[in-house]
Write a protein that binds this ligand. Structure first.
Ligand code: OGA
Ligand code: MN
Length: 295
């Protein structure tokens, strides 16, 4: 069996066949997948009935997993999944859909905004790998937008204007934009803004991309309204349908994406029915810019 990749849109995203990712991979398979990620930025694998352990083992082929602490408001005692798994389902520890008014449910709605995973961390994520364990029948597509193509298509003036700009990212900005404004003192500390370059360069391909995210809520040296309008304009440009791949889930799909090159969001779905999606996250290895000195 050898890996082949079929491109899914005119510009990016690929469907991978010829590999069983529930089993250990050969070094050649790992190389082929990595090369596919560098080129396509999103890869889709069908029919992969993974356990959490198998998903973690597959993910570790691409680097150490990110430490998930600090990324949400769920208390350790309320977590449904073990360490190393990011729970992006709509389920509570009892396996049932979270009540509509639960804080966890309201916080998770933030995944419906265009974002890049962990852009609120000083060292943001490299890859995310999302496995569909229980399909939700109504809605719930995940959409991806190619930030390289979006950058390439900016006019020269805009490229010059944003060159060297540094944005501030925090979970409080993304959630705040949805009216989720109440945080404990501990959460405020945990969600302290970090700095990210607005334009980043891929370490392998050398391609530049826009590094946007719903978590971005300011730009260093700019007033907040000016910064937010600029970020909003850039995001509107970068998420036009011509830059987007829409993934319609089947049970046991695994989709992996490069957070350095794409934005993603999930669309609304039937929150009264289960949607069990489990993510592993491969850690990044570098900051995109220096952080501010601690006060
Ligand atoms: C994620 C995410 C979208 C989805 O896992 O990072 O944003 O489809 N998930 O659940
Ligand atoms: Mn996400």
């Amino acid at each position: 069996m050898s890996i082949s990749i079929r491109q899914l849109t005119p510009i990016f995203a690929g469907e991978v066949t010829g590999v069983d990712i529930t089993k250990p991979l050969s070094p050649d398979d790992v190389k082929a997948i990595e090369a596919g990620m560098d080129r396509h930025a999103v890869l889709v694998f069908h029919g992969q009935a993974l356990t959490d352990e198998q998903q973690q083992a597959f993910s570790r082929n691409f680097g150490p997993l990110e430490d998930a602490r600090g990324g949400n408001i769920t208390k350790a005692a309320d977590k449904r999944l073990g360490e190393g798994m990011n729970d992006v389902s709509n389920l509570g520890k009892d396996g049932k859909p979270l009540p509509k008014d639960s804080r966890q449910h309201l916080f998770n709605i933030g995944n419906m905004l265009w974002h890049s995973d962990s852009s609120f961390r000083a060292i943001p994520a490299k890859y995310s790998l999302l496995s569909c364990r229980v399909l939700n029948e109504k809605g719930g597509n995940t959409e991806f937008a190619d930030m390289r193509a979006a950058y390439d298509d900016l006019d020269a003036d805009t490229k010059a204007e944003i060159d060297g700009m540094i944005a501030e990212h925090s979970l409080m900005y993304s959630r705040g934009s949805l009216g989720f404004l109440d945080y404990t003192e501990d959460e405020k500390k945990m969600f302290k803004p970090v700095r990210q370059s607005l334009v980043r360069t891929h370490p392998v391909s050398g391609r530049k991309s826009l590094y946007l995210s719903s978590h971005a809520g300011g730009i260093i040296g700019m007033s907040m309204p000016e910064a937010r309008i600029l970020l909003r304009d850039l995001t509107e440009h970068a998420t036009q349908p011509k830059y987007v791949y829409v993934h319609k889930w089947q049970r046991h799909d695994l989709v992996m994406w490069d957070n350095r090159q794409v934005l993603h969001r999930v669309r609304r779905y039937d929150a009264s029915q289960p949607r069990d999606m489990r993510r592993t996250t491969v850690a990044g290895n570098t900051m995109t810019t220096a952080q501010a000195e601690a006060a």
